[in-house]
Design a binder for this molecule. Structure first.
Ligand code: AMP
Ligand code: ZN
Length: 470
């Protein structure tokens, strides 16, 4: 039985979907005004592990992730600039160009990290009408009021407000030093629709029954999950920073409008702690996957690093720890390549008692609230086991890798057990594409880039070969 820690009840619960083997899952995706840093990627990795564990348990998962391309303001207090518009101004591009550019890089990064894409990526700007409809529903039920800069949700009208975060609302009022609009009725009230500023032309704005403007950040997730998954679904996840505001507000909006429970299981991933390396995007100094690749780490080294910590534990990022993960991963891939030297003739093996024993241990660990560090120890114990034969070990390693996602089935052996870095693999693919299109100039340029990165590419009659330069 799969057990998951539910933030709503603060306890590990048996996972029982609403509809048998079918699971509906929603994750809060990236705000595409900048690159995602490796902290953000930790959250998307955790959601990928959850998705993979559900699949390993034979659930059919319909998975939706939003792309926030409007309405996320620099401050959580509904004041300040829209992050998207601010970034566009700084870079001298249109907001739409910024959104497309960072969305593509986000998709590339998660693909490099072997993170499964959701079934649907839903962009906030594609669901403006649904957001307006939801605000209309809240208005009709008496939950909204208007002030000078927009339409707000009156949190005092929703009796359970703050249940996810166990917010102490009266404590918040007394202890708060946060600035908030004097026009707001309650400190926790939040914007549903913001009016365009009078003195400034926004790039993204729409007509609405209340005036020209744009949606508040929280309404997008309530509106898109309703449109794509329904009023009541199984799992909603994100980083822990979403508990007190974003997810708390999503629950209020959805349950106030729909009159029924919104989500059964809320899961939240802990932060990646960067220590002294400031991770804030506003500082302009933060580490991305590309930073790691430029320093010679592959995305799989970073994935292995993340697997060493439980998702609910804070994880400190250091290059020393990443080096340890790199050698752990290289060691593992060397072992798998050795096992593969004599690949089993059959695709499936009769499962021996000993194999079954390891499979059960593995399932036990992953189903205990996604305990990846312990599941990794099962993998290592299995590889060291003296009673399993080579074929059995190889078969089990690939089976476990359906959850770990370390790409063990596709390791390349043609470069002395060293795994080809993912950025080189991307260049190889691009060169293949260029040659297919008879664009030999680009193909040569790509080959030169590959050489600059320390690899050479040879076209032989058996296909393309890649060699590490000494
Ligand atoms: P954003 O692009 O800011 O909307 O963030 C995308 C996701 O990254 C959200 O689910 C955040 O909760 C999560 N996140 C932000 N900072 C960190 C961090 N340092 N470690 C882990 N997750 C983070
Ligand atoms: Zn959200």
């Amino acid at each position: 039985m799969l057990k998951l820690f539910n933030t709503l009840t603060r306890s590990k619960e048996d996972f029982i979907p609403i509809d048998g083997k079918n699971v509906l899952m929603y994750s809060c995706g990236p705000t595409v005004y900048n690159f995602q840093h490796i902290g953000n990627l930790r959250t998307f990795f955790f959601e990928d592990i959850l998705f993979r564990v559900l699949k390993y348990n034979d659930y059919n998962v319909r998975y939706v992730m939003n792309i926030t391309d409007v309405g996320h303001l620099v401050s959580d207090q509904d004041v300040g600039e829209d992050k998207m518009e601010k970034s566009a101004k700084q870079l001298g591009k249109s907001v739409w160009e910024i959104a497309d550019y960072y969305t593509e890089i986000f998709k590339r990064d998660i693909s490099l990290m072997n993170i499964f894409p959701p079934d649907v990526y839903s962009k906030a700007t594609d669901f403006i009408q649904e957001q307006i409809d939801l605000i209309k529903c809240l208005e009709a039920k008496g939950y909204t009021y208007q002030i000078s800069d927009g339409i707000y949700f009156d949190t005092s009208k929703f009796p359970d407000y703050g249940k996810l975060a166990k917010l102490d609302i009266s404590g918040l009022k007394e202890g708060s030093r946060i600035e908030f609009s004097q026009e707001k009725r309650n400190i926790t009230d939040f914007a549903l629709w913001k009016f365009s500023p009078e003195n400034e032309q926004r790039q993204m704005e729409w007509d609405s029954p209340w005036g020209r403007g744009f949606p508040g950040w929280h309404i997008e997730c309530s509106a898109m999950s309703k449109a794509l998954l329904g009023n009541h679904f199984d799992i909603h996840c994100g980083g822990i920073d979403h508990i007190p505001i974003h997810h708390t507000n999503e629950i209020a909006q959805s349950e106030a409008c729909n009159g029924e429970k919104f989500v059964n299981y809320w899961l939240h991933g802990e932060f990646l702690d960067m220590g002294n390396e400031k991770m804030s995007k506003s500082s302009g100094k933060f580490i991305t996957l590309q930073t790691l690749m430029d320093k010679g780490y592959s995305p799989m080294h970073y994935r292995y690093f993340l697997l060493m910590a439980h998702y609910k534990k804070k994880l400190k990022f250091t290059y020393e720890a990443l080096d340890a993960a790199k050698s752990g991963y290289n060691n593992l891939s060397g072992k798998i390549l050795n096992l593969r030297k004599n690949p089993p003739s059959e695709k499936t093996l009769p499962v021996s008692e000993r194999m079954k024993n390891f499979e059960n241990r593995f399932l036990d660990r992953i189903n205990d609230d996604l305990n990846m560090p312990e599941a990794m120890s099962v993998l290592w114990d299995m590889l060291k086991d003296e009673d399993l034969n080579q074929d059995e070990k190889y078969f089990l390693a690939l089976d476990f890798d359906r959850v770990f996602g370390l790409g063990l089935e596709n390791l390349r052996s043609d470069i002395n057990e060293e795994v080809i870095p993912e950025d080189i693999q991307i260049l190889i693919e691009k060169r293949k594409e260029a040659k297919k299109n008879k664009d030999f100039k680009s193909a040569d340029e790509i080959r030169n880039s590959i050489r600059e990165k320390g690899y050479d590419i040879l076209d032989t009659k058996d296909g393309t070969q890649i060699k590490k330069l000494n």
